[in-house]
Design a protein around this ligand. Sequence first.
Ligand code: NDP
Length: 313
Amino acid sequence: MTDTADETDIIDGHAVAADIIDGNAVAADVRGAVAGHVETLEAAGVTPGLATVLMSDDPASETYVSMKQRDCEEVGIEGIHVEIDADAPASELYETIDDLNERDDVHGVLVQLPLPDHVDKRSVIRRIAPEKDVDGFHPENVGRLVAGDARFKPCTPHGVQKLLAAYDVETEGADAVVVGRSDIVGKPMANLLIQKGPLGNATTTVCHSRTEDLAGKLADADIVVAAVGIPEFIDGSMLKAGATVIDVGINRVDADTEKGYELVGDVEYDSAREVAGAITPVPGGVGPMTRAMLLYNTVKAAGIQHDVEIDLD
Ligand code: NDP
């Protein structure tokens, strides 16, 4: 699907030959396919619509939401955006979700997280109609994923799965270690890797803050997915030679740049690159895939709701 950027190089006297997994390129392929599905839906009289709801003053959340809206525009998905005052009562958010659940022109509903402290995240997620839950966080969709009958796979782990497929990384029989057990990344990632079938069949270990001997687990891993949220937590010395390393982490660290910071992953890229067989950079690895898979889930939702067959792989 995508050409491998083979970065054979010499660093400090060591030959490095890790394939750099290009998330921007794979995401562009996904967006291209989604634009085709939008045309199919349009031909059937359906304009797919994604509603984003922001109840936060956090600048990062504002940026994420505006990027999602821009992504929609690029592929022909109608973006609907609702902002709710961060101090408003939770009932206002519930009413907004109820309204969006009812609207025929809205096929996906995404409530940007995190929410203010006075709003119960679980209740909000349960309020979204499962057939419009394009984040894949509703218990019905989580259950379907675990049962091997996924409707909407959560965007980040689904994006990781697409990257592994695009680079022909064999999951069947592989020893995979997922570091992190969050509901949005670690748990669904592990669930995808253990599913019986293509892109699954990995023997999967899930590690977290109470794991003993993380280093020992990583040393045997053919595939490492790092979703910890600690800058450069895993370094090359902890990896098996030739391992595929997927770095989900996005961490801001102080740096002498215009913005005063730079983004780094949960993996120390330079040392990991010397050991890994393939590795995702940060930025430009998993991040663009997360955004692309939201568009994918939105056209899928529109197809399901209007009974239009679209050829999603
Ligand atoms: P969470 O904070 O929800 O989860 C972090 C996980 O890491 C927890 O399970 C925690 O364990 C585990 N952990 C913490 N410390 C250790 C340790 N010392 N050893 C082993 N495990 C540890 O984070 P998220 O899953 O939401 O996100 C993880 C990272 O991915 C963040 O950097 C985030 O910004 C990024 N991210 C990137 C996305 C993308 O599109 N690229 C999308 C979503 C997130 P425990 O459960 O025991 O606390």
